[in-house]
Design a binder for this molecule. Structure first.
Ligand code: FES
Ligand code: FES
Length: 186
């Protein structure tokens, strides 16, 4: 069967087996291997991606279900941000929260949703409960959660700084006098 959707802002059309999962579609048909398969049962969060702005475990979703929809993966998360890093990616690097690399893509997707929600509410800090709830679908089986929690808080700070920088740049551009060219209407 044919699936047509948008992945990280790019139109994608592929032939897939009727029972193919979204995770297999992304990894093997589209070639985006950032999302990982941990449990394959919806329990670990390693395969987390966004579909139409909502987090999903892509191992439990069929590729056919994203027909006509927008998918965002870890590979597209930094689009539009400084150095092509979402604030939460920058924070994970800064705080040493990139641990085994297997669970990390899923944790980053979940943490980014928490940070983006805070950014939409004026860059306020998330409560401890919001962080716990935001990350509750993601499991680490080895290293622990503390650095990840710290990175979420730092990601909110980086997002707020990025937001005010963009605001300043936008205001500066709006205030730049336009060059009058010969032939412009007076
Ligand atoms: S691989 Fe999808 S939740 Fe574990
Ligand atoms: S499973 Fe990735 S750091 Fe523990």
């Amino acid at each position: 069967m044919r699936v047509a959707c948008e992945v990280n802002g790019v139109a994608v059309v592929r032939e897939v087996a009727p029972g193919a999962t979204l995770l297999d579609f992304l990894r093997y048909d589209v070639g985006l291997t950032g999302s990982k398969e941990g449990c394959g049962k919806g329990e670990c969060g390693a395969c987390t991606v966004e579909v139409d702005g909502r987090l999903v475990t892509s191992c439990l979703m069929l590729a056919a279900q994203v027909e006509g929809r927008r998918v965002r993966t870890i590979e597209g998360l930094g689009e539009g941000h400084a150095n092509l890093l979402h604030p939460v990616q920058a924070a994970f690097l800064e705080c040493g929260a990139v641990q085994c690399g297997f669970c990390t893509p899923g944790f980053v997707m979940a943490a980014a949703a928490v940070v983006d929600a805070c950014a939409r509410h004026g860059g306020r800090a998330p409560t401890a409960r919001e962080v716990e709830e935001g990350l509750e679908g993601n499991l680490c089986r080895c290293t622990g959660y503390q650095k990840i929690r710290v990175a979420v808080a730092r990601g909110v700070e980086i997002a707020a700084a990025e937001c005010s920088r963009k605001g300043r740049d936008g205001a500066a551009r709006a205030g730049t006098p336009r060059t009058i060219r010969k032939g412009d209407a007076r």
